[in-house]
Design a protein around this ligand. Structure first.
Ligand SMILES: [Zn+2]
Ligand SMILES: [Zn+2]
Length: 258
C-alpha cells in the first residue's frame, strides 16, 4: 500500500501530462496521492483533480513562500475550502527562513491560522520547515498547549533533536527523495530510527527526484525508490515498509478513503 503523501500534481512539469504521470505511478504500485496546495488560486484546480481521480486527495493551504501574498487570509477561507469531501489535510504551511520569500512574522501568523484550522477540523497539518527549527518548535509547542491537533513534518531535513521533539509532541515525519542523496548521512540516521508508526514517504514532486532519477523531473512513481531505500536503511522488506507507511497515512489522514 504505497502512498505518495505529498506531491504537486498541478505544478508545471507534471500538470501538462498529469494522466500519464498518474498512470506511471500506478504501474509502479502507488495506490494514493495527496496533491498539495501552496496558493489560494490553485485550490479549485487541486480539488478538481481530486474529484476526477479516485486515488488523489487534496490539501488546502498556503506555502510559507506565499505568506506575504496571503497575509489577510483568515480562518474562514480555509475552513470553507476544507469542508469539501476530497480535502483531507491543511497545508502546506510553516516557516522557511532559508529562502525568506515572505516576511518572517507574516509566515508565523499564517502558520498559526493554519494550526487553528487543523485543530477545528481535525484534519492534519502539513508542516514545511527550513532553517527555522527554533520558531517551528516554539509555535507548535505553544499551540499544542492550547489544544492538540494532528500534524506531520513533510520533506524532513532538520536535525535529530528536532525530530525527537516533534515525535514527543505527537507529530509524524515524512521522508522525501532527499534521504537517498549521498551526503544525507544525518537524515539517513534519523530515517532508520523514526518509530515505525510515525513514518510516511513522499516525493514532493516535481522537486527532489530520488536516486537513481536525479536530474529528472520528479514524479510520484519515484516514491517507490525512496520507500525501497528507507526500507534497506531500516532492514525491512520493501513491501512491509510500503504497507506500514501506507497504514500510517490512512490513520493520520482519517478522511482519506479509497
Ligand atoms: Zn514543502
Ligand atoms: Zn511541497
Amino acid at each position: 500500500m504505497l502512498i505518495d503523501s505529498h506531491c504537486h500534481l498541478n505544478y508545471k512539469g507534471l500538470v501538462e501530462d498529469q494522466a500519464e504521470v498518474l498512470g506511471r505511478a500506478r504501474e509502479s504500485g502507488v495506490r494514493g496521492f495527496l496533491n498539495i496546495s501552496t496558493r489560494e488560486r490553485e485550490w479549485a484546480d487541486i480539488v478538481a483533480t481530486a474529484e476526477r481521480e479516485p486515488d488523489v486527495w487534496a490539501s488546502i493551504g498556503i506555502h510559507p513562500h506565499e505568506a506575504d501574498a496571503h497575509a489577510d487570509l483568515g480562518e474562514g477561507a480555509l475552513l470553507a475550502a476544507a469542508a469539501h469531501p476530497r480535502v483531507i489535510g491543511i497545508g502546506e504551511t510553516g516557516l522557511d527562513y532559508y529562502y525568506d520569500h515572505s516576511d518572517r512574522q507574516v509566515q508565523q501568523d499564517l502558520f498559526r491560522v493554519h494550526i487553528r484550522v487543523a485543530r477545528q477540523t481535525g484534519l492534519p497539518l502539513i508542516v514545511h520547515t527550513r532553517d527555522a527549527e527554533d520558531d517551528t518548535t516554539r509555535i507548535i509547542e505553544d499551540e499544542m498547549g492550547k489544544g492538540a491537533f494532528p500534524a506531520l513534518i513533510h520533506c524532513f531535513t532538520a536535525s535529530a533533536p528536532f525530530a525527537a521533539r516533534m515525535l514527543e509532541l505527537g507529530l509524524s515525519i515524512s521522508l522525501s527523495g532527499i534521504v537517498t542523496f549521498k551526503n544525507a548521512k544525518n537524515l539517513q540516521a534519523i530515517a532508520a530510527s523514526v518509530p515505525e508508526d510515525r513514518l510516511l514517504v513522499e516525493t514532493d514532486a516535481p522537486f527532489l527526484a530520488p536516486v537513481p532519477h536525479r536530474g529528472k523531473t520528479c514524479e510520484p512513481a519515484f516514491v517507490a525508490d525512496t520507500c525501497a531505500f528507507v526500507a534497506s536503511l531500516r532492514g525491512t522488506p520493501c513491501e512491509t515498509l510500503a504497507d506500514t507507511t501506507g497504514a500510517n497515512f490512512f490513520r493520520l489522514f482519517g478522511k482519506a478513503t479509497l
